[in-house]
Design a protein around this ligand. Structure first.
Ligand SMILES: Nc1ncnc2c1ncn2[C@@H]1O[C@H](COP(=O)(O)OP(=O)(O)O)[C@@H](O)[C@H]1O
Ligand SMILES: [Mg+2]
Length: 301
């Protein structure tokens, strides 16, 4: 991945304005002449409604310097299942008639599968759009987003244990067969190779997520109590994954609201206030007018 592309994620409780804030930020940056890709990762896909243009997996140009695409989560789940299937068939050559896709209707509800799909999409997008200055991710509701961010760390814990187990098996096999396996044999072990490949892939993502210059995690909230308590929970969870908030976005802000309580509660680097708009923030012209009335001076992007 390019050393220069910055990834900005927008997360928060449903309805706080993740999609609106992502759209405004994408427009703002593209107005500055930055080359921007906006990605809708939320299966609810609000960006089509906000920009009043149908988006899809294939990027659509919204204006100069700005393209947008929507993740089709079923497509990524199918792709993930196909990969798993070919890996299983490769490692266990006697399993010729395994067709996971036949069970797609039920497998797609397997626990954990959606975050795998989203991580695969993230990987593919960051690889394919290395020339962009910014990739902006409009994220799904809190639960799935936290699983997405937790996946690399969690997978690494598992993979580490699996690697130990595999080495243990190789040692036992040595004893049983009384044949000493040299380091060459261990290196050639298909399963060890597979595990090491997965480990380096997750390590790369984990490092990217933890790099505060590369990855900005923007937490969107509203000036109200409910929004605050869920935000506190998100911050706590992210810390468990060694991740920190880049910006607090106070959306639907009104001047009577004091941001002091935010300053105390969150250990963030920047803050962006998006005032409540009387007119619906729909269509590129309305969004642009709104941007013209907003200050971006404390936004760390
Ligand atoms: N700053 C704002 N002023 C007025 N309405 C807003 C503002 N931000 C968002 N909205 C409205 O609030 C609703 C939820 O916003 P949305 O961006 O879809 O939230 P999320 O993506 O977090 O679910 C939408 O109807 C949107 O138009
Ligand atoms: Mg949304």
């Amino acid at each position: 991945m390019s050393a220069n592309t910055k990834n900005i994620f927008f997360l928060g409780k449903g309805g706080v304005g993740k999609s609106t804030s992502s759209a405004l930020t994408a427009l703002y940056l593209s107005n500055l002449g930055k080359d921007v890709l906006l990605v809708s990762m939320d299966p609810a896909h609000n960006q089509s409604d906000i920009f009043e243009i149908q988006l899809s997996e294939k990027p659509v140009k919204l204006k100069d310097n700005l393209i947008a695409k929507e993740i089709d989560i079923n497509f990524w789940i199918k792709k993930y299942l196909n990969d798993v299937e070919s890996q299983i068939k490769h490692s266990y050559s006697y399993l010729t008639a395994l067709n996971l896709e036949n069970y797609f209707g039920i497998i797609k509800y397997s626990p954990g599968i959606e975050e795998y799909a989203l991580i695969s999409a993230y990987n593919e997008i960051t690889e394919s759009f290395q020339e962009k200055d910014y990739i902006i991710f409009d994220m799904p509701p809190t639960a799935l987003t936290l699983k997405f961010f937790g996946l690399p760390k969690l997978s690494l814990l598992w993979l580490d244990k699996l690697l130990d187990l595999r080495n243990e098996i190789i040692k036992k096999r040595e004893i049983i067969t009384k044949v000493k396996f040299g380091t060459k044999e261990i290196e050639r072990d298909k399963i060890i190779n597979k595990l090491n490949k997965q480990i380096s892939s997750y390590e790369k993502i984990k490092k990217e997520f933890e790099d505060k210059d590369k990855t900005k995690i923007n937490l969107v909230l509203n000036p109200d109590k409910l929004s605050f308590s869920e935000s506190g929970l998100i911050v706590k969870k992210l810390r468990e994954f060694d991740l920190y908030i880049g910006n607090i976005i106070v959306n639907k802000y009104f001047p009577e609201f004091s941001v002091d309580q935010i300053e105390k509660n969150f250990n963030h680097t920047g803050m962006q206030l998006f005032p409540i708009s009387e007119k619906p923030l729909l269509g590129i012209n309305e969004l642009q007018k709104y941007i013209g009335s907003v200050s971006f001076e404390n936004y760390s992007i």
